[in-house]
Design a protein around this ligand. Structure first.
Ligand SMILES: Nc1nc2c(ncn2[C@@H]2O[C@H](COP(=O)(O)OP(=O)(O)OP(=O)(O)O)[C@@H](O)[C@H]2O)c(=O)[nH]1
Ligand SMILES: [Mg+2]
Length: 462
């Protein structure tokens, strides 16, 4: 870890490209302060030699020819208590694309190098400010598209998941230290923990990892969102339901059957959970070429959806056309029957169906909450519980792969123990590969840590 070189000073525009009230150029590295001195002038045009740590200074930024670029606020933050662990400077200017770029160009001409994507975070990792899980969390926060995914990401950044991983790691390390001692110093009178105790520890780690892996499905929902397809014959109110859930008039609604010709997809959050909502063309025997294509797309969307809302016009009753569509969706375990137009006298009730069924009115909003709850129940999702336990949800494919790898090794190890293979050299192999996999998640553990633990727990060298 420590042989990464961070010799040069990096800089980048840290605010989104586009017009904004302010734009920020951030600089990190040994030259940050000297670059600040070159680019900054006081309001009266003088150079400034001293910048107090973490204090904003008002003045102007100049380019390498001494020409004024813009009025700015600058701040110097001294290492090591900064995001990257290095000296950091931020230059806040007006937020026009042109002016921010001009400031960046000046910073580069004064000796900084343009940062690679993610390089500030990489430096924070190299300098031990954050671990890999936290570095990834920063990206998750930036990309969070719902309350829940943001919460999970913030918890990852705070280190809740890292701490859980470290706890597993610590106990495996401890086991490793004991086993290693038995290999290296067989003649010494070192107390080797009982095989029963080893088994207990391994079982504990296996359970913890399994619990973490189970959360991955919730994590997948956070990343990709739930896909909900609304299907049904024409004119039952599919687009009206989409609009009701979106709380805006997104899709065209008319009394003419066949209004929606193509698939409409929109993102919303339901109870904090991201959802891709898909309104489809009404399914019927169509003559029209465009409508036919739309209908075949509707049928495609059915296959991809996590939840299918099969909509019926309750005021009309359950017709032959509904029956035809029902025969396509009824065997799908993710189908929920939705009787719409509940504000009118109904000719069909939920009792007719064996599946989950909700009566709503897309027009008045009646029953929409109940529908949302039914969707969550169907997915075995408990938004409140996920929110509560969100600190240790696995969202990354990388973490899942590594945890699965560790789990496999530990299960193999347990099997060996159960078969009575207790030679320390033998056990070490699987334990090592479990430790390696888990250590890779946070990227923190090194052989040095290993030695520290061995020597601190045993004092073998005397
Ligand atoms: N009374 C009543 N009318 C509704 C309700 N929902 C939809 N409608 C009416 O039903 C008609 C069809 O609504 P849409 O939302 O366009 O139906 P659709 O299923 O998307 O129709 P296609 O796109 O043609 O397949 C419109 O006139 C809506 O105003 C409801 O809950 N109550
Ligand atoms: Mg429609």
């Amino acid at each position: 870890m420590k042989d990464y070189l961070c010799e040069d000073t990096i800089a980048a525009i840290s605010t989104p490209i586009g017009k904004g009230a302010i734009g920020i150029v951030r600089i990190s590295g040994k030259e940050a302060l000297s670059i600040l001195k070159k680019i900054f002038r006081t309001k009266s045009g003088k150079k400034k030699e001293a910048f107090e740590d973490r204090k904003m200074h008002y003045g102007i930024a100049v380019d390498d020819k001494g020409e004024t670029i813009d009025e700015v606020l600058v701040v110097y933050m001294e290492a090591p208590k900064t995001f990257t662990g290095e000296d950091v400077v931020e230059i806040h200017s007006h937020g026009g694309i042109y002016v921010v770029r001009k400031i960046l160009r000046a910073v580069l001409s004064f000796g900084a190098r343009l940062a690679d994507p993610g390089e500030f975070t990489k430096r924070a990792f190299i300098h031990g400010k954050i671990d890999l899980v936290q570095a990834e969390a920063i990206n998750e926060i930036i990309n969070a598209s719902s309350e829940l995914s943001l919460k999970v990401a913030v918890n990852h950044l705070k280190g809740a998941l890292s701490r859980k991983i470290e706890e597993i790691m610590d106990r495996l390390f401890h086991l490793k230290a004991l086993i290693e001692a038995a290999v290296d110093f067989p003649e010494e009178d070192i107390e080797i923990i009982e095989s029963a105790k080893v088994k207990e520890e391994i079982k504990w780690a296996i359970d913890e990892i399994k619990t973490l892996l189970k959360t991955y499905d919730d994590g997948k929902i956070l990343r990709e969102g739930i896909k909900i397809a609304i299907v049904g014959k024409p004119n039952v109110g599919k687009s009206s339901l989409l609009n009701a859930l979106l709380k805006e008039e997104r899709a065209i609604v008319t009394e003419i059957p066949g209004t929606t010709r193509d698939v409409i997809e929109e993102s919303i959050t339901l109870k904090g959970i991201p959802v891709r909502l898909i309104d489809t063309a009404g399914i019927r025997e169509a003559e029209d070429k465009v409508e036919k294509i739309g209908i075949s797309r509707s049928l495609e969307k059915l296959k991809e959806a996590d939840i299918v809302l099969f909509l019926i016009d309750g005021a009309q009753g359950f017709t032959e056309e509904d029956e035809n569509i029902y025969s396509i969706v009824k065997d799908n375990p993710n189908t929920i029957i939705v009787i719409n137009k509940g504000d009118l006298p109904l000719k069909v009730s939920c009792e007719r169906f064996e599946k989950e069924c909700v009566v709503i009115s897309a027009k008045t909003g009646k029953g929409i909450d109940r529908l949302t709850e039914t969707i969550m129940e169907k997915l075995l999702l408990q938004p409140e519980t996920i929110l509560k336990e969100s600190d240790t949800i696995i969202t990354s494919e990388r973490h899942k792969e590594l945890l699965s790898k560790a789990l496999k090794s530990l299960e193999k190890l347990l099997e060996s123990l159960e078969k009575g293979f207790e030679s320390p050299e033998f056990l070490s192999i699987d334990l090592d590969s479990a430790i390696d996999a888990i250590g890779e998640i946070t990227g923190k553990r090194t052989v040095e840590d290993m030695l520290d633990i061995i020597f601190s727990t045993f004092c073998i060298g005397k």
